[in-house]
Write a protein that binds this ligand. Structure first.
Ligand code: SDX
Length: 424
């Protein structure tokens, strides 16, 4: 932090506000004192607002940079694995070989759900959206561990984090199994995190399921690419819920709910729906025109980002992974991939997208990979939520382990002035 000041003139008054610098990125102006001056800042959508201080993830939107505890996302995607990235996000440093093995073993020992949790699934219609099921089941975890949810106890926070990382793939896979009427598959401790997820998704009691190593590696990369993304809408939701002292399972459930929206994590499902609606490369120009038409609510799903005004570094890795998976499966000529590639090329050359700095984001290619693996579109955001749980929990943990005040924004009131009650 530095002792620099910003000066704000309000009417004929000059107000000095402290400024702080982080390790890297824009300085901030501390506006907390403005309420004493009788004014608020106004920033719907929090475009220019730093809601907190954090050391977990840094995004440089202008240069397409994403760092997790200082490590570039492309290096982590190529050289690390999801559980090691979980350890890094949680603890701030990469684990030693011994710490990594202990962490992997710990997670493996928490992958099962309390058997009574099966009853929650049975309460849903078979055609319930899996995000609705996941939201309900994760919130219900607080009913099974209520004696270990003292948020002020670091040990209880640690075990909660391990439980969430370990159980989310089981919950996600059971959401899918429930929707297709197949028996739930129990986790296997002889498989890696990604292999185990594929086993619980596609295995059946009738035969021994052998995860395809290329697909397992692709899944692990998808988990890494979705793990965290600083103060996005769902993470900010988790922080706001956590600032009230709500239990961590309830806070993660609030993050799942926020992620579901098509402008956020729901975009991966919306990209596939959009590609299917386009149907053929000959229709692309029509949809580009719709995306540019102010009177048409249609947007190019998987394009644009609040922070990235350059390529989303995750989208680049995702595009490479899409090629690996499709060639492994002999689907190089997948029509949806062809439409996506053509759409990307046309959009990146179109003035409307160029001047608004709209590039493919993390959601543009992820759905093509997941669909190729055989995962239904309704499960795409569930997988995003499963991956992002470590990011949500790491931010929650960072917040509750420090000095924390309840989040309570103010407003610009434009409603009726005071008036006395008179029956109409
Ligand atoms: C994620 O925040 C995160 O970090 C999120 C995320 C994470 O990891 O947590 O990265 C994950 O949510 C990725 C984004 C997924 N969403 C989509 O792909 C949905 C489509 N994209 C958008 O709706 C939009 O780009 C947002 C929501 C992502 C960003 O919205 P902003 O920052 O509020 O930008 P905006 O709506 O103000 O758009 C600026 C201009 C507008 O045009 P003008 O009014 O200036 O003329 O760009 C246009 C918009 O109309 N625009 C688009 C567009 N996105 C923005 N036009 C067509 N297609 C699009 N996709």
């Amino acid at each position: 932090m530095t002792d620099r000041k910003a000066t704000l003139s309000v009417g004929n008054k000059s107000i000095e506000l402290p400024m702080y610098s982080g390790t890297v990125g824009p300085d901030v102006i501390d506006v907390r004192g403005l309420v004493q001056e009788g004014v608020f800042t106004y920033d719907p959508g929090f475009v220019s607002t730093a809601a907190c201080e954090s050391a977990i993830t840094y995004i440089d939107g202008a240069n397409g940079v994403l760092l997790h505890r200082g490590y570039p996302i492309d290096q982590l995607a190529e050289q690390s694995d999801f559980l090691e990235v979980c350890y890094l996000l949680l603890n701030g440093e990469l684990p030693s070989e011994e710490e990594n093995k202990r962490f992997h073993d710990t997670i493996k020992n928490h992958t099962m759900l309390h058997d009574q949790m099966r009853n929650f699934f049975n309460g849903f219609r078979r055609d319930a959206h899996p995000m609705a099921i996941m939201c309900g089941v994760v919130g219900a975890l607080s009913a099974f561990y209520h004696d270990q949810m003292d948020v002020s106890d670091p040990k209880q926070r640690e075990i909660t984090g391990h439980r969430l990382i370990a159980k989310m793939p089981t919950i996600a896979a059971w959401c899918y199994k429930y929707s297709v009427g197949q028996p739930f598959m129990y986790p296997r401790n002889d498989l890696s995190y990604a292999e185990n997820f594929l086993h619980m998704m596609f295995g059946t009691p009738c035969e021994d399921y052998k995860p395809n190593p290329v697909l397992a590696k692709a899944m692990d990369k998808i988990f890494i690419l979705h793990a965290d993304h600083e103060q996005n809408a769902s993470t900010s939701t988790v922080r706001l819920a956590g600032s009230t002292g709500a239990n961590p399972y309830a806070c993660i459930a609030s993050g799942i709910a926020a992620l579901w929206g098509p402008a956020h994590g729901g975009a991966n499902e919306a990209v596939l729906d959009m590609l299917a609606e386009i149907g053929d490369e000959s229709n692309i120009e029509t949809f580009i025109a719709k995306a540019k038409d102010k009177d048409d609510p249609f947007r190019l799903m998987g394009f644009g980002h609040r922070v990235y005004k350059n390529f989303d570094p995750r989208a680049k890795v995702m595009a490479e992974t899409a090629h690996e998976v499709l060639s492994e499966l002999g689907l190089e000529n997948d029509p949806l991939l062809k439409i996506a590639q053509r759409l990307e090329k046309i959009a990146l050359e179109d003035e409307y997208f160029v001047e608004r700095q709209l590039y493919p984001n993390v959601d543009f290619y992820s759905g093509i990979i997941l669909k190729a693996i055989g995962i239904p579109t309704s499960m795409f955001t569930v997988i995003f939520a499963m991956s992002r749980t470590i990011g949500w929990f790491s931010h929650w943990n960072e917040m509750v382990s420090g000095a924390n005040r309840i989040g309570r924004p103010r407003q610009l009131y434009t409603g009726s002035p005071k008036r006395d009650y008179r029956k109409k």
